[in-house]
Ligand binder design. Sequence first.
Ligand code: NAD
Ligand code: DAU
Length: 355
Amino acid sequence: MILVTGGAGFIGANFVLDWIASTGEPVLNLDALTYAGNLESLKSVAGDARHVFVKGDIGDRALLDRLLAEHRPRAVIHFAAESHVDRSIHGPGAFIKTNIEGTYTLLEAVRAHWSSLAGDAKAAFRFHHVSTDEVYGSLGPGDPAFTETHTYEPNSPYSASKAASDHLVRAWHHTYGLPVLTTNCSNNYGPYHFPEKLIPLMIVNALAGKPLPVYGDGMQVRDWLYVKDHAAAIRAVLAQGRPGETYNVGGWNERPNIEIVRSICALLDEMRPDAAGSYTRLITHVTDRPGHDRRYAIDARKIERELGWRPAETFETGIRKTVRWYLDNADWVQHVQSGSYRDWVATNYSARTAA
Ligand code: NAD
Ligand code: DAU
């Protein structure tokens, strides 16, 4: 079996569902169920013997030791993290705790487990660290896309904490020989995405007739990848990636935010027309994010050249599926908008004035 951390979050849950459907191999899913963890996303594998869920923290060394000894996974895929840049600006402490200290504790537990293995089991073991393109910093309009050798220039508490975790993973390979793989991926979107992030927030707000808050001029560029393509990339790297290597994963879909928001409005105008007029009427430019990175772009040629992975979805096909999913899963959407979600919306948006 494999051990997945953070498998009740957005990408982790999509990965777990995709993994069980495509490989049938059991998954031990360790997740602390923070505000971002949601077992409802895993409803389709509830009661399936191939999915074993454990509620727990990656910072709990005794729990990690017990799980590793009991289940003896052949690989660990590490998704668990605090992942939202805006939350890292309001409260960086949790990011230091989980992304840096938690990754350190997990690495130490995994190193002890790996050291106890012998022969083929030891040679085949892998620790896969799921990271982000944000560690590379911000690009100018004409700069080439990030390659794996780009310097680390993180700008937010979130990206700095992820950069630190990448460095720990790298060091555990170089110093102790732990067979690690790291992927640095661009912005994901798709089903089960918590509506604090741009795409699900815009869909949910539009359907509720609320303003669509675009930070600053909306010309910040991100490279969007459909989440199931990310799951496939991780499977490819886990199967054939070279230990110690990093692989950039991206969608070849660079778009300014305002264009993303307009695409969502156009799809909603088509699929759920509103008598009050086009959803674009709700677009509202608001105060920018402090330290906002202007542009990310991923050069994903290495993973294609070495492992044959390329995204299956274009932005047009992926965003259509995503909007459809949100329209068809109103219960999931309603349940995640709990009291703590409403508190976050007030914290992040009430002080932003129309810009
Ligand atoms: P998410 O916030 O949706 O989910 C994170 C999950 O980790 C949640 O289920 C949460 O309960 C769990 N978790 C948090 N702290 C934990 C702890 N201390 N112990 C155990 N579990 C804990 O995040 P996501 O968007 O699914 O991102 C997953 C990973 O992928 C993160 O490492 C993130 O940095 C990385 N990543 C995300 C994106 C993206 O666009 N979302 C892009 C590239 C990389
Ligand atoms: O690049 C990969 C990263 O993508 C991941 O590592 C992070 O975990 C993930 O959260 C994401 O980070 P971003 O900051 O790019 O995602 P977010 O959805 O928060 O914002 C996307 C863009 O949209 C960004 O330029 C900020 C802008 N934005 C966001 C929100 C929530 C708005 O204009 N308005 C909003 O209300």
